[in-house]
Ligand binder design. Structure first.
Ligand SMILES: O=C(O)C(=O)C[C@]1(C(=O)O)C=C[C@@H](O)C=C1
Length: 111
């Protein structure tokens, strides 16, 4: 596996100042840790939504729940604004995840 935090490439020329390189490496280590946490959190979220998908299929409930999604988007936009994250981006990110979840729910219902 490539260590992206420390591997120089076209975006990080060899000649840059040692202090700058050290700071960049340190920041990239933080970014890699955060990305790993995001992957683990998403994996846990998908474990929960797979269970929701099976429950919905067993009880003939529709894959999507637009009212629930509206509540989630409202809540996430407020959380994003409070955390100085762009609420538009937060909404797009949640919609992207939910679209994938609905696809999974539909597949479970068809199986
Ligand atoms: O809460 C549900 O009913 C789900 O199926 C989960 C979930 C989500 O990923 O958060 C996905 C689809 C629904 O439209 C709403 C929410």
């Amino acid at each position: 596996m490539t260590d992206h935090a420390t591997t120089p490439d076209a975006g990080t020329p060899e000649g840059i100042d040692d202090a700058v390189r050290a700071e960049l490496t340190s920041l990239r280590e933080s970014i890699d840790n955060i990305d790993a946490a995001v992957v683990h959190m998403l994996a846990e979220r998908f474990k929960a939504t797979q269970r929701v998908g099976r429950l919905k299929a067993e009880h003939k409930l529709p894959p999507a729940d637009p009212a629930r999604e509206r509540d989630q988007i409202k809540r996430l936009r407020e959380l994003a604004a409070g955390a100085h994250l762009d609420p538009v981006f937060a909404e797009k990110f949640l919609n992207f995840i939910i679209a994938e979840v609905i696809r999974h729910h539909e597949a479970i219902a068809r199986a």
